[in-house]
Design a protein around this ligand. Structure first.
Ligand code: PLP
Length: 405
């Protein structure tokens, strides 16, 4: 098979599996138990947390281990619930003082192309979306215009999961710092936080939370050859979250439940295998994507390569063959054991047109003909050359079938 859907899932590497196995077999102990073998398991868990946090320039205590990026995103948004409580309190005080001051609603701004796990959580709050340009890049003017004195959280992914578009987080953080300063001068105490979902991009970028200027950062093991069902949320000092899974008080009371030790150890190992190799990986994928594009350009339907390689994850090659039906192409490719998708695995399975492709202004024919190709550890020169030819032939066959229909 040739696997071209690393944005959806990545294979757990042998080394990761080997690191995890003892924590499901001989070292199965509950890290909260009092006897020595369990204390050793606790130490291994804390060490894994340290390694995960160090990868993004943070400390073990700064992260909360979660069941994945969806949960980390949901946890990040509880920052709003905290300040909502503050606002309610303030509103109540104001009402007591002068009669009828309404409580202003908290506000979240999210990029319109965010993953469903961000967008669906935003819907629990008063939220607005920030526009993107035709390459999926944030419209900073729109962001500036939409920030009000009530905006409390801005959520912009590090890189988009359908286009691979990398967002200028440091620039966004600077805009936020300026707004905080304005608030300080006016005596406005409403906090303003920056959250970023870094599920995509973790394997190819050198990430440092201080340099990025983020207050909350979502991590996802499943996209970096780690196990599924484990992720983490970085929480900057001073950011208050609401415990939303209550129980035994694990993860500083923010996320109760017996720790997924094997998962955390696997995640840490996966990151240790990436560390220091991001630049070489970027070069490798850039070359492979270039080869793939050259082959696809020979197809009988002219491809539109989506996004812009100026600010795109090197392993992404989203492409549209306008007029063709990408679903049919995927079935044809499946017969040849070439696996790729039309968009995010979750929205593709719902059969809805991608909100990301709509947001960048593609028309219906362009959306219908769109494939998401994302390379990764299972790809090399040879299988990409093969895949390119197989995809081109499938496109040509579909073109001929539709033009004779
Ligand atoms: N955020 C982004 C950008 C993703 O690509 C994904 C996975 O597809 C998720 C969140 C959800 O991750 P998980 O299913 O591990 O919770």
């Amino acid at each position: 098979m040739i696997y071209l859907d690393h944005a959806a899932a990545t294979p757990v590497s042998e080394k990761v599996l080997k690191a995890m196995t003892p924590f499901m077999t001989e070292n199965f102990f509950n890290p909260s138990s009092p006897y020595l073998p369990a204390v050793r398991v606790r130490a291994a868990y804390e060490e894994a947390k340290n390694q995960i946090a160090n990868f993004i320039g943070a400390k073990g205590n700064d992260i909360v281990i979660t069941s994945g990026a969806t949960e980390a995103n949901a946890l990040a948004f509880t920052a709003i619930s905290c300040s909502e409580a503050n606002l309610l309190e303030r509103g109540a005080n104001l009402r007591k003082n002068n009669g009828s001051t309404p409580v202003k609603s908290p506000q979240i701004l999210v990029l319109e192309t965010e993953h469903a796990s961000v967008l669906e959580n935003a819907k629990n709050y008063d939220y607005d979306t920030i526009k993107v340009d035709h390459t999926g890049l944030i419209d900073l003017t729109d962001l500036k215009q939409k920030i009000t004195a009530e905006t409390e959280l801005i959520s912009v992914s590090l890189a988009n999961n359908e286009l691979g578009t990398i967002q200028p987080l440091a620039e966004i953080a600077q805009i936020i710092r300026e707004e905080r300063l304005r608030r300080l001068k006016k005596g406005i105490t409403t906090p303003l936080l920056l959250h970023s979902d870094a599920s995509q991009g973790l394997a190819l970028m050198e990430i440092n939370v201080s340099r990025l200027g983020v207050d909350l950062l979502t991590l996802n093991a499943a996209k970096v050859s780690g196990p599924k069902g484990i992720g983490a949320l970085f929480v900057a000092h001073g950011v208050r979250l609401k415990p939303y899974i209550n129980g035994g008080g694990q993860e500083r009371g923010l996320r109760a439940g017996t720790e997924n030790v094997a998962g955390a150890v696997g995640f840490a190992k996966a990151l240790s295998l990436i560390k220091g190799h991001q630049s070489a990986a970027r070069k490798k994928y850039m070359r492979l994507v270039e080869n793939l594009k050259s082959e696809l350009k020979n197809a009988k339907v002219e491809p539109i390569f989506l996004g812009s390689s100026k600010h795109q994850l090197a392993n992404f090659c989203p492409v549209s063959f306008p007029g063709l039906d990408a679903e049919r192409l995927i079935f044809m490719l499946e017969e040849k054991e070439v696996y790729l998708s039309t968009g995010a695995a979750c929205s593709a399975s719902k059969g809805e047109p991608s909100h990301v492709l709509k947001a960048i202004g593609l028309n219906d024919a362009e959306i219908k003909g769109s494939l998401r190709i994302s390379l990764g550890t299972l790809n090399n020169e040879e299988n990409i050359r093969k895949a390119g030819k197989i995809i081109r032939r499938a496109v040509d066959r579909e073109f001929e079938r539709t033009s004779h229909a």
